[in-house]
Design a protein. Structure first.
Length: 143
């Protein structure tokens, strides 16, 4: 029995569809909807003076912008719980799921080179999820 629907939000058009589908399932199953946006942790930059860490003001501004954008996205879905965190998207999504969750993610449709560099959130959550996963396909690319 599904106890809640978890949806990963990266603000892409495919994730907009994923949010809509997740909201439909949450309503249909009469369970809570939880939306998560994961910010990729900034790495240290190597400068001539040594290592430079991300500016705390930039970090706060990034978080504030993500929260405001997520709030806009969730406006049509009152009562949706949400969170913005720093980390690895697959890991953070999986932390919030248990066997009774339904996890909804959008397939971004990255190129093989981008998947090699950045990883594929969808592939990782499908491979490791303790629950059912609904994958919303990316719009087909025009040839």
């Amino acid at each position: 029995m599904t106890s809640r629907v978890v949806v990963g939000i990266d603000f892409s058009p495919t994730c907009k569809k994923a949010l809509e589908r997740a909201a439909e399932w949450a309503q249909r199953l009469d369970v809570p909807l939880f939306a998560l946006h994961v910010l990729q942790e900034p790495g240290a930059a190597i400068t001539t003076a040594g290592y430079a860490l991300a500016d705390p003001k930039w970090i706060q501004a990034t978080e504030d912008h993500a929260r405001a954008t997520l709030k806009e996205w969730l406006a049509p879905h009152p009562g949706t719980m949400s969170e913005v965190v720093w980390g690895s998207a697959p890991e953070e999504l999986l932390k919030r799921c248990d066997a009774d969750s339904l996890l909804v993610v959008g397939q971004k449709g990255r190129s093989p080179w981008e998947r090699f560099l950045f990883g594929a959130t969808t592939s990782k959550v499908v491979a490791h999820a303790p629950c059912e996963v609904l994958v919303i396909p990316a719009a087909p690319k025009k040839v």
